[in-house]
Design a protein around this ligand. Structure first.
Ligand code: 6PG
Length: 489
């Protein structure tokens, strides 16, 4: 058996198949394998017919067909199947060979797997792949991390098949794929991407809800609005698909969107982002609200019951519709800036915690094309980090500062009217609340510290004493003299 394969892909579900065909288009010889081997023959006889793709009917055959160091990419369900395949592959591959996991794996699993595979003398890559079916086929965004020594061997393939964008700074064509960092860095960045995806989707849904119930607009009318929005600063894949979804008719000619049950599903990456943010103490409030909004939507039966107990009042917004639409656009834009600022805060904290050297401008460029959150907006983020690689918060960049300032009036107007009319806007309003908190030099946490000290002797710092000096007051006169520790988790 001649070792002609450049890479093997295990898992012939839609993402695996499309990545293989994409690699084939770029001149690579791919070996395809699937646990249910009949799928291999089926793939070769149909989708891969007439290509250079080679089918393997066992892992041993697959390994024998690969050039060294062997590159084996898993496109299987995250979780146990990845560990099972790693175990099998370790028995077949040789030191120096590379195992790549291209699924939506939890970054902590990737940290563990990288160490484990490296301890056996092999190399490991855990990579985010975004862009869905179409992206995998025509050019996804790829976010690899793991063993740095593996990257040069994988780089030519990944960068060839990735989406390409023009760097706003240099004007050069760049692939939406670059080395993210060691261990779980690639999967962490992909997880954050998905969290931001949740936030973007929720913001769009809230804008839709206001237009539908507050302005009484039809899907066709909203289609026109999203079409217009897709020509300005909100231009993005998610706005574009929303435009198209709103125009889609069911078989009876009625808008399909109105026939879809309002309960959202989720596969867990948004939840993981929020869990990680809690662990790192970073307020990604918008993503958290987006995750919880999906949870509220899933409580359909209870919501129907509650709507009878608390029936909605008139939710219509008075005033000029055109002006409202413009206000909603600005509220959405400002909230989106907050969401990305929060996402970047999270990545910065994770980088520090896990010892990753993340390139924030590079991440914006990777997300600029190919992935689900791709947008012109990410070009502005790239520019911000190019100008100042040490930028601590996006909101402090001159471009975003100006953008937020120009939207604030509309943002407050939309959120307050939605609240008055009883239209839920958790993402738009939490973004505004975060903004107001972030720009407050003094918050009411002084009182909170007093409360903690009152009931638990948790101590507090004083405005008239150096930081790090802790005080306790005997608030009631009958408390003890002993204060509790001052640690903060
Ligand atoms: C992508 C998507 C992809 C997938 C999500 C959907 O980047 O291509 O994010 O990874 O569609 O996992 O997530 P939910 O099912 O949780 O909405």
């Amino acid at each position: 058996m001649e070792a002609v394969g450049d890479i093997a892909v295990i898992g012939l579900a839609v993402m695996g198949q499309n990545l293989i065909l994409n690699m084939n288009d770029h001149g690579f010889t791919v070996v395809a394998y699937n646990r249910t081997v009949s799928k291999v023959d089926d793939f070769l006889a149909n989708e891969a017919k007439g290509t250079r793709v080679i089918g393997a009917h066992s892992l041993q055959e697959m390994a024998a067909l690969l050039k060294k160091p062997r590159r084996v990419m898993l496109m299987v369900k995250a979780g146990k199947p990845v560990d099972e395949f790693i175990e099998q592959l370790l028995g077949i591959l040789e030191p120096g060979d590379i195992i790549i996991d291209g699924g939506n794996s939890l970054f902590e699993d990737t940290i563990r797997r990288t160490k484990y595979v490296e301890s056996k003398g092999l190399l490991y890559i855990g990579t985010g792949v975004s862009g869905g079916e179409e992206g995998a086929r025509r050019g996804p965004s790829i976010m690899p991390g793991g063993s740095p020594a593996a990257w040069p061997h994988v780089k030519p393939i990944f960068q060839a098949i990735a989406a390409k964008v023009t760097d706003p700074q240099t004007g050069a064509e760049e692939p939406c794929c670059d080395w993210v960092g060691e261990g779980g860095a690639g999967h962490y960045v992909k997880m954050t991407h998905n969290g931001i995806e949740y936030g973007d989707m929720q913001l769009i849904c809230e804008a839709y809800h206001i237009m539908k119930d507050g302005l009484g607009m039809t899907p066709d009318e909203m289609h026109e609005v999203f079409k217009e929005w897709n020509e300005g600063e909100l231009k993005s894949y998610l706005i574009e698909i929303t435009r198209d979804i709103l125009a889609k008719k069911d078989d009876d000619g009625q808008p399909l969107v109105d026939k879809i049950l309002d309960t959202a599903g989720q596969k867990g990456t948004g939840k993981w982002t929020v869990i990680s943010s809690q662990e790192l103490g970073i307020p990604i409030t918008l993503i958290a609200e987006a995750v919880y909004s999906r949870c509220v939507s899933a409580m359909k039966d209870q919501r129907v019951e509650a709507s009878k107990v608390f029936p909605p009042s008139n939710s219509r917004f008075a005033g000029d519709r055109k002006r409202w639409i413009d206000d909603i656009r600005k509220a959405l834009y400002a909230s989106k800036i907050i969401s990305y600022a929060q996402g970047y805060m999270l990545m910065r904290a994770a980088a520090e915690h896990y010892g990753w050297n993340l390139n924030y401008g590079g991440i914006a460029l990777m997300w600029r094309g190919g992935c689900i959150i791709r947008s012109v907006f990410l070009g502005e983020i790239k520019k911000a980090f190019d100008k100042n690689p040490n930028l601590t918060n996006l909101l402090l960049d001159p471009f975003f500062k100006k953008a937020i300032k120009s939207c604030t009036r509309s943002w407050r107007k939309v959120v307050s009217m939605a609240v008055r009319k009883g239209i839920p806007v958790p993402a738009l309003s939490t973004a505004l609340a975060f903004f107001d908190g972030f720009r407050s030099a003094r918050l009411p946490a002084n009182l909170l510290q007093a409360q903690r000290d009152y009931f638990g002797a948790h101590t507090y710092e004083r405005v008239d004493a150096p930081r790090g000096q802790f005080f306790h007051t005997n608030w009631t006169g009958h408390g003890g003299r002993v204060a509790s520790g001052t640690y903060t988790v």
